[in-house]
Design a binder for this molecule. Structure first.
Ligand code: TRP
Length: 347
């Protein structure tokens, strides 16, 4: 085992990555830069599982006529971005029953108070928490089950998922101590990207780029073609000042900060380097450069994605094979978990 990859708190567990993306409509640039792009690089460092988390998607209403297509769309994005299905395991959450089953077991370990502190639930439910599904409240426990069903040690996630990962760590620790199974579940570590783990709305730099925003101009979809990518970036909101000459200025200019962050992430350089390159210029000079860069990096992915989506049988084959491989890992871990709890049949 490569020592530098070992999980510091759980060195006895071999390094394994787990992450997931929900199959809701309109997968976009934020999903790519904040998550999928990092999946592609991490797969070369350790064994990796990348899941399409449809059980999570149904915590909010989904159209039954569209869910399967949306699921294939995320799988297509994984493949188009460069996740290698021979190397990594790409699969659909609902096709591996261990996720739902382990979630139940972990529901009896997690405490109400822990879940009540989750800011994403509060943000999503707002004033309406009484009308939300129980699933939405329980979402983070299912996410813990996703990770722990594979004893994953590393989890690439966006900034907004850090609190959920903390909860997964608490649940793992509590299970281990309640069932006197020291070190049974690892303490999964977050892998948070440096630049651009948070891509914002192109028309409002204070809001996250979102799949559900009604304004198409607010996001770049991964299926957008070159012309759409370029048009949306050129129309992105900015302000009346020239490009900043110091990154400190970006705090007060969220839209500009976002565009510079997107440039940095696509070019794989720091925001400082971008600021230095464009300092004092107008947006008329910066935006076409940004648009060209984005088209350059994204249009091959969207072309590839459309190709995969035109061949659903190929996607389905990959997902079926992925499910088999995922079950091979998760089922024995689920069985061990049940044994520790003391269920009949395991005694
Ligand atoms: N909650 C994650 C998100 O919205 C998706 C997710 C579900 C996930 N299960 C996971 C991410 C397990 C990492 C590990 O981005």
């Amino acid at each position: 085992m490569n020592e530098t990859l070992a999980n510091k708190e759980s060195p006895q567990h071999s390094p394994r990555v787990f992450s997931g993306v929900q199959p809701t409509a309109n997968i976009h640039l934020g999903n790519y830069l904040g998550a999928i792009k990092r999946f592609v690089s991490v797969q070369h460092e350790m064994e990796s599982l990348f899941c399409v988390v449809d059980l999570h998607a149904i915590t909010m209403p989904q159209d039954p006529k569209k869910l399967a297509a949306q699921t294939r769309e995320i799988a297509a994005a994984y493949l188009a971005a460069g996740i290698d299905p021979e190397k990594s395991i790409i699969f659909v959450q609902s096709s591996v029953s261990a996720h739902a089953e382990l979630a139940w077991l972990l529901n009896c370990v997690a405490r109400m108070g822990w879940l009540e502190r989750m800011t994403q639930f509060k943000d999503k439910s707002g004033e309406n928490s009484e009308r939300m599904s129980v699933g939405l409240f329980d979402y983070p426990v299912l996410m813990a089950a996703d990770i722990l069903a594979y004893k994953a040690t590393h989890v690439p996630v966006g900034d907004d998922q850090k609190q959920h990962l903390e909860l997964a760590r608490d649940i793992a620790q509590r299970f281990n101590s309640d069932f006197k199974a020291k070190g049974f579940f690892p303490q999964p570590e977050p892998l948070i990207g440096a630049e651009a783990s948070r891509i914002m709305n192109l028309q409002d730099g204070t809001k996250k780029m979102s799949k559900s925003d009604a304004a198409e101009n607010s996001r770049i979809n991964l299926t957008d073609d070159a012309e759409q990518i370029s048009k949306k970036l050129k129309r992105a909101k900015t302000d009346l000042f020239p490009m900043p000459d110091d990154v400190a200025e970006l705090k007060a200019r969220p839209e500009v900060d976002n565009l510079i962050g997107i440039y940095a992430a696509l070019a794989e350089i720091t925001k400082e380097a971008v600021v230095k390159e464009f300092a004092g210029l107008g947006f008329g000079a910066f935006k076409p450069k940004l648009a060209d860069l984005a088209v350059d990096k994204l249009s091959p992915i969207s072309a590839e994605m459309r190709k995969f989506m035109a061949d659903p049988t190929q996607i389905d084959k990959i997902l079926e094979k992925g499910a088999i491989r995922a079950r091979e890992i998760a089922m024995p871990i689920l069985q061990e978990t049940k044994n520790l709890i003391g269920f009949w049949g395991a005694d």
